[in-house]
Design a protein around this ligand. Structure first.
Ligand code: PEP
Length: 249
């Protein structure tokens, strides 16, 4: 079901005591909101975060997972391990996973499938690089990432998918897509899903924007009709900024 979502991707930041401090400050300052608020701390602190947040409205997500149920995959984490600590949402396909860890569309499709088979919800990230936008190729790139990552899924799987359009040139750079650029791409994404499936699936999926969202630009970006919220990196590490972004929705 389409809903407003603000999700914080903490990446490889915050040790255990910092995680507890940040969560406690977010909990103290969290306003009443209709938006779903999600935080994604690093794996080693997920269990503690899930425990701290279990009686709150804030949900916990993992930043990645492996597609196999278990086995000889040193350093990896399975869906079963996440579910066992009450984490049922996972970010898949973040541009840093694609760029630094060689995650291909094919691998990401396997991860998405595994997460859904385990009844998890997926926040699927995708977006073009700067040279692809400069070359006017951004729509093709996004279409192909969606097609390769998600379009083998049956229609009913889409109720467990959240999309996060994150132009790589805007992630952690301070440069944000303009609200118009975000809206244009989000509308294109809905059109692409309509063509591959149908309009009801395209209308019902939540599409988040990610890329240097901060308190000063969140309101304008979130005001666009096809933008359902944000995936927040740097600003999610500062409680006041994250809370201001939640308020902006
Ligand atoms: C992200 O990593 O998903 C992200 C959007 O980062 P930032 O907000 O720092 O650009």
């Amino acid at each position: 079901m389409r809903s407003k979502i603000v999700a914080g991707n903490w990446k490889m930041n915050k040790n255990l005591s910092e995680t507890k401090d940040l969560l406690s400050e977010i909990l103290d300052k969290l306003p009443d909101t209709e938006a779903e608020v999600i935080v994604a701390p690093t794996f080693v602190n997920l269990s503690e975060a899930a425990h701290i947040l279990q009686t709150s409205e804030i949900k916990v997500a993992a930043q990645n997972m492996h597609y196999a149920r278990n086995g000889a995959f040193t350093g990896e984490i399975s869906a079963d391990m996440l579910l066992n600590i009450n984490v049922d949402t996972v970010i898949i396909g973040h541009s840093e996973r694609r760029a630094y860890f060689g995650e291909t569309d094919e691998l990401l499709a396997k991860k998405v499938k595994a997460a859904l088979e385990n009844k998890m919800r997926v926040i699927f990230c995708f977006g073009e690089e700067l040279d692809e936008r400069k070359a006017g190729n951004h729509f093709n790139v996004v279409e192909s990432q969606l097609k390769n990552g998600l379009f083998e899924l049956p229609a009913e799987a889409w109720q467990h998918i959240v999309l996060a359009y994150e132009p790589v040139w805007a992630i952690g750079t301070g440069e944000t897509a303009s609200p118009e650029q975000a809206q244009e791409m989000h509308a294109f994404i809905r059109k692409t899903i309509t063509e591959a499936y149908d309009a009801s699936i395209a209308d019902e999926v939540s599409i988040l924007y990610g890329g240097s969202v901060k308190p000063s630009n969140a309101g304008e970006i979130f005001s666009k009709s096809d933008v359902d919220g944000g995936l927040i990196g740097g600003a999610a590490l500062v409680a006041d900024d994250f809370i201001a972004i939640v308020k902006a929705i």
